[in-house]
Design a protein around this ligand. Structure first.
Ligand SMILES: NC(=O)c1ccc[n+]([C@@H]2O[C@H](COP(=O)([O-])OP(=O)(O)OC[C@H]3O[C@@H](n4cnc5c(N)ncnc54)[C@H](O)[C@@H]3O)[C@@H](O)[C@H]2O)c1
Ligand SMILES: O=c1ccn([C@@H]2O[C@H](COP(=O)(O)OP(=O)(O)O[C@H]3O[C@H](CO)[C@H](O)[C@H](O)[C@H]3O)[C@@H](O)[C@H]2O)c(=O)[nH]1
Length: 344
């Protein structure tokens, strides 16, 4: 059995990666402090409740299992919060990465796949699909923390022979078609879940943040990537690292964009959820949200040609249908719980 330590494995993307790892014949060992993760849906997996900032807990995990490689998802993710409380973000996202790398070094584990983000590019000027070599200029502490972690990986590759791949996701969305896991951020800030909340009446409306962008319909354009496609990319990256040859101790670092090269506007996303839900709901045109670039679309050519990865489920209709199938009943049960609590 090849054990892979998956930090943040009880979170949205990590839980899907664990499922993909298992489907590919690996044994994921989840390491998650459940600050934002969920045990349910992951009952069949090994779960260690621990914090990446806790060296002793990491040491224990690496001692108990013969870990071959690490996938590192654990982080705080909300860009707006990172502006209000940067130290908490740097502590968790950078500090957690450092303590994890120290544990890997101590235990002789040299392969890591790291969750990075399109936020490392900040607010790119043009609308062309983004290639990895563009300048990195994050505009908030969240993006800075991810870029700092990439630099740390690069330094550890040069100094200690770490072999690491950073995957820069664009907009993760959708849920597993089996229906047992999905996107459960609390509070939720991402567009597709919020549109679904509007469609089932959990919120009064969905706001379009900005209608005067220089795009085809005035709303922002993003590259939505199905979480199962993201999960597959992690398996491709892991297998790429495991096949690297070269003298023992030779390090490796590379970063890859994960997206589809196709952008959808906020209005198009709202239409896709309306179509899948059959619901009518209120759409409100609102002010721009601070720090939102007009257009963010990935050029994923390098991930395709070098890692051998392809996105299969990332057309907007499939993403919306899979998100709806999981989230509509999930949110309905939350609403029922709240109503029940109100009556007690
Ligand atoms: N969701 C997106 O659109 C998106 C886009 C780009 C990059 N990312 C990155 O992908 C990764 C996963 O994002 P997600 O959407 O699944 O978020 P998530 O919040 O659902 O998952 C993160 C998981 O990490 C755990 N965690 C956080 N800090 C921890 C710590 N110190 N020790 C142990 N566990 C800890 C949480 O409990 C949670 O289960 C993050 O690193 C995020 O920055 C996400
Ligand atoms: O109620 C809402 C919520 C969002 N939006 C808009 O919808 C688009 C997508 O917004 P999300 O909040 O869903 O996602 P972001 O593009 O802001 O950010 C996501 O993708 C980024 C990479 O592209 C980062 O990784 C970040 O962490 C991750 O949340 C943006 O134009 C946003 O302004 C609305 O109009 N109304």
């Amino acid at each position: 059995m090849t054990h892979i330590l998956v930090t943040g494995g009880a979170g949205f993307i990590g839980s899907h990666a664990c499922t993909a790892l298992r489907d590919a014949g690996y044994t994921p060992v989840l390491f998650d402090n459940l600050s934002n993760g969920h045990k349910d849906g992951m009952e069949d997996f090994i779960l260690i409740e621990g914090n990446t900032r806790d060296a002793a807990a990491l040491d224990d995990a690496f001692s108990r299992f013969d870990i071959s490689a690490v996938m590192h998802f654990a982080a705080f993710i909300e860009a707006g919060e990172s502006v209000k409380d940067p130290l908490t973000f740097y502590d968790n996202n950078v500090g957690g990465t450092v303590s994890l790398l120290q544990a890997m070094k101590k235990h002789g584990v040299r392969d890591m796949v790291f969750s990075s983000t399109a936020a490392v590019y900040g607010e790119p000027a043009g609308t062309e699909p983004l290639v990895e070599s563009l300048p990195k200029a994050p505009i908030n502490p969240y993006g800075q923390s991810k870029l700092a972690a990439e630099h740390i990986l690069q330094d550890c590759a040069a100094a200690y022979g770490l072999r690491a791949i950073a995957l820069r996701y664009f907009n993760a969305a959708g849920s597993h078609p089996a229906g047992h896991i999905g996107e459960r951020h609390d509070p939720e800030t991402h567009l597709i879940p919020l549109v679904i909340q509007a469609a089932i009446g959990m919120r009064s409306d969905i706001k379009i943040f900005g209608t005067d962008y220089p795009t085809r319909d005035g709303s922002c354009i993003r590259d939505y990537i199905h979480v199962c496609d993201l999960a597959e990319a992690h398996v491709c990256a892991l297998e790429y690292l495991r096949k690297l040859d070269g003298p023992a101790g030779t390090g490796f670092f590379d970063a890859f964009n994960l997206g589809t090269k196709t952008g959808y506007s906020v209005r198009e996303v709202i239409d896709a959820v309306r179509a899948v839900s059959g619901a009518s709901f209120t759409v409100t045109e609102a002010e721009r949200r601070a720090g939102d670039p007009s257009t963010l679309v990935a050029d994923p050519t390098r991930a395709q040609s070098i890692l051998g990865w392809q996105a299969f489920r990332s057309d907007l209709a499939t993403i919306a249908a899979d998100a709806w199938a999981y989230l509509a009943p999930y949110y309905q049960s939350k609403m029922a719980e709240k109503a029940g609590a109100g009556h007690r």
